[in-house]
Design a protein around this ligand. Structure first.
Ligand SMILES: [Zn+2]
Length: 478
């Protein structure tokens, strides 16, 4: 995230100096602090998001030409590939022309790591990035150090559609490690970026009560959260009949799957818009919702997205699903050209009828990386969204997660609230059995806590089986 270097700077400042600076800094706009590259990028996006389809296509063609030329000039891997398929980077007339190139995937990256690079991985300004896959092998690759300012500008441009302004304070529940104070209250304030950090690793009722009480005191703010964090906060408010703070202007929730029912419940409970986006560590495709629609609007200036069916053809029929294949415009160090992300989405259309932006629309993005799959005895996958219960099934439950180490069997781990009784456990068993329909047998195990991933994300399925070795996921809601 763009803010990282500035944030580290603040964290390293001695306490005494901080106290003096705090007052002065709170009057400086974060926009200034985020740097010139960020400001230029944001101005560009604010304007280019309204381009016509023709303008966007022309920009994409130009960016693809630039990226392909760089690849063929500097990367030994692409030199070989372009040559073997007789591809001329200068000859492309429209983005569609890159379909003549082969698809690449995680294995390609792993096996050709340095050959893919356009500069030495040891060069100045090159970072090694590792994605935090919590099962399977993590993927490592190289990126330019400038990526964060660019990506943050896209995030902010999206958030602005629902009323966020760069100097609005944020209450952040996104995997930051926050130390407790004397009273056990886990809160840290960064006056540079006007961010209040809370610990989503600590979401017991007593913790959440402290967070919500404090939230009420910080004035107009946006919640910047993982979908699982806001789901936990919402469940707490409803379970304890606590009124939602009225100073929260909106919910910005990203980086995990948004379950539509969780969104509806949060919007009802907090009385504000729940806004989401999609991105990934490789930084090839990014989407944002708009002012009026929850569909994913694909940013045409961030990268080039293709939606590809199982035979490798483009998906052009609304309602059909395909894999998100991305060619990025940001990473000049290691070009990703026609990279299979492993994420799948439903095609909606070429532009948004509500906001009139000429952005491709997709929805229901799901991926193996999210691990939200259970494996039945016959090896078929059951998507977590298909199993999830949004009725009274999980009343009395603070947190839950399936752990699976064997096809056809799973353990449902539950962190109970004080009110959970035997009748509740029987109801959980009965309702889930009804949905799973004998495809998966499960035990219920009560536990004190469910660990989040290293980045503080929650998953509903702690999956130890290799999903890529078996079948395709069922589509959402199947
Ligand atoms: Zn729209």
């Amino acid at each position: 995230m763009a803010a990282l270097s500035k944030k580290n700077l603040w964290e390293k400042t001695p306490q005494g100096v901080k106290a003096v600076l705090r007052g002065a800094l709170s009057r400086i706009s974060p926009k200034l602090l985020l740097g010139r590259r960020f400001r230029q990028q944001l101005a560009f996006i604010e304007q280019s998001q309204w381009w016509s389809a023709d303008e966007a296509r022309a920009y994409q063609t130009q960016q693809l030409r630039r990226m392909l030329a760089l690849a063929v000039e500097k990367s030994p891997y692409y030199q070989r590939v372009f040559k073997s398929c007789g591809f001329d980077a200068r000859a492309i007339r429209s983005p569609k022309d890159i379909a003549a190139l082969p698809l690449i995937d995680k294995t390609t990256i792993r096996e050709n790591l340095t050959e893919l690079c356009t500069v030495s991985p040891d060069a100045h300004g090159v970072d090694y990035v590792s994605t935090g896959g919590s099962s399977g092998t993590p993927l490592g690759f190289y990126m330019g150090a400038n990526r964060s300012a660019i990506e943050y500008a896209y995030l902010v441009a999206g958030w602005q559609r629902v009323g966020y302004a760069i100097d609005t304070p944020q209450a952040v529940f996104r995997g930051q490690v926050v130390q407790p104070d004397r009273n056990g209250f886990r809160h840290a304030f960064d006056p540079l970026l006007r961010r209040h950090y809370f610990s989503n690793f600590h979401m017991g009722d007593a913790d959440i009560k402290q967070y919500v009480d404090h939230l009420r005191t910080i004035g107009d703010c946006f919640l910047h959260v993982y979908p699982s964090s806001i789901a936990a906060l919402t469940r707490y408010l409803r379970r304890t009949s606590t009124p939602a703070p009225t100073n929260v202007r909106g919910i910005l929730a990203g980086s995990e799957i948004v379950h539509p029912e969780d969104r509806t419940l949060a919007e009802e409970t907090w009385g504000v818009r729940y806004y989401s986006w999609y991105g990934h560590s490789e930084k090839l495709v990014m989407t944002s919702e708009c002012e009026q629609s929850h569909d994913d609007h694909v940013w045409p200036t961030y990268g080039y997205m293709e939606l590809i069916d199982e035979q490798g053809f483009p998906v052009t029929t609304p309602g059909e699903r395909g894999e998100i294949v991305g060619t990025g415009f940001i990473n000049n160090v290691m070009p990703f050209i026609r990279y299979r992300t492993g994420d799948f989405a439903t095609y909606v259309g070429e532009s948004c009828p509500k906001c009139r932006r000429s952005h491709k629309l997709i929805r229901d993005i799901r991926g193996h990386r999210t691990q939200e799959m259970l494996v039945a005895l016959d090896g078929s996958h059951i998507c977590w969204t298909a199993v999830n219960m949004h009725d009274d099934t999980f009343n009395g439950v603070r947190q839950f997660q399936f752990r699976q180490t064997e096809a056809g069997y799973a353990t449902l781990r539950i962190v109970a609230s004080d009110s959970l009784g035997d009748a509740d456990v029987r109801r959980i068993r009965r309702n889930l059995n009804q949905k799973l329909d004998g495809r998966i047998q499960f035990d219920i195990e009560l536990c004190d806590a469910i660990e989040l991933t290293k980045r503080g994300k929650a998953t509903f399925v702690d999956q130890h089986l290799d999903l890529t070795a078996t079948l395709q996921p069922e589509t959402a809601g199947a």
